[in-house]
Design a protein around this ligand. Sequence first.
Ligand code: NAD
Ligand code: DAU
Length: 342
Amino acid sequence: MNHKNILITGAAGFIGSNFIDYLIYDEEIKDINLIVIDNLSYCGNLNNLSFAEKFSNYKFIKGDICDSALLEKIIQDNNIDSIIHFAAESHVDRSIMDSTPFLINNVLGTVKLLDVAKKYKISKYLQVSTDEVYGSLGSDDHGFTEKNNITPNSPYSASKAAADHFVMSYYTTHKLNVLITRCSNNYGPKQFPEKLIPLMIQNAINNKELPVYGDGMNVRDWIYVKDHCAAIWKVFNEGEFGEVYNIGGECEKPNIEIVKTILKKLGKSEKLIKYVSDRPGHDRRYAMDISKIKNQLNWTPKIDFEKGIEATIDWYLNNLEWINDIVSGEYLEYYKKQYGEK
Ligand code: NAD
Ligand code: DAU
């Protein structure tokens, strides 16, 4: 490992904070400095990173990736040599309500980061992307490979696809050493309760209705967040520049099955399920073909769904305070707007 000072964006969110947790206790990385930038938007939560504060190789900076002057200062002050970019607006439903924050944070933010990476000759840049850039699959289609066309359907996935195109263009045009990972649906501790699994856990605990979009038969490929973190670290260290690596859990499930599993594990009645009007442009099915990362980098997902969902439910049950802190003003307003009339 020749990188010493890694800038990690968006690590106060769900996957980024799990990524710091994955790395910071590892003796092998104790000489690597992890410098986090996050603007603590509605889903960024400094409590997610409190465990890291005692480590001398960790530093948090509150700031926006769209602020080039700040990025330059951080790179100079910390002698940054590589970047792992998680920061984004990440929720499809919010992108349907208003696309502009997705354009600004996901597209412009990525371009600003790429520009400073180019200017300061950053030796490695990893873009954390998503399977959603490939669009939607039919029930008999083969899972997405890295060669699939990019055909995003939601404003969120369009913004992630645009960002990916910019990343690749900096590889071709500016010879920036880039890597892209595209992962399927993550679940686990610290996921903001606007996403399917934490929202359903939270509502079930509180005996509230569980809003299932459409017929509940849309399929996602679920991966436990720690498996995703391990894959990112693997690609960061061993991936080939200019390449895309698909990551997935090889665990396809229709939404209704997930919802019923959560109810069963919490001992709650299926009467809480409420079918509501569908998400506009709702992608029917995602599934990842992960042969490339398996064969080339020897990575596979380790945590099966049964274990992962139990660990996740336990985490939420043991961290009611975390969720109560979040379920305040902005969240309630969003919830009313999204589900009020369904
Ligand atoms: P999240 O919404 O929980 O966290 C995003 C973080 O980015 C937050 O802490 C937020 O404050 C920060 N942020 C947003 N805009 C910023 C800006 N302009 N400057 C600085 N910080 C900013 O999201 P997540 O689920 O942890 O996703 C992280 C990344 O992984 C995203 O790029 C997302 O597209 C990608 N991804 C997510 C999943 C999934 O299932 N959650 C799957 C594949 C890929
Ligand atoms: O596939 C990777 C993507 O997974 C990431 O890039 C995104 O950042 C992440 O948010 C996630 O996107 P999805 O749209 O698949 O996740 P979400 O949790 O919003 O929804 C999962 C499925 O559950 C989807 O088919 C919609 C459905 N759903 C969701 C909510 C919030 C419901 O039926 N009811 C709900 O209330």
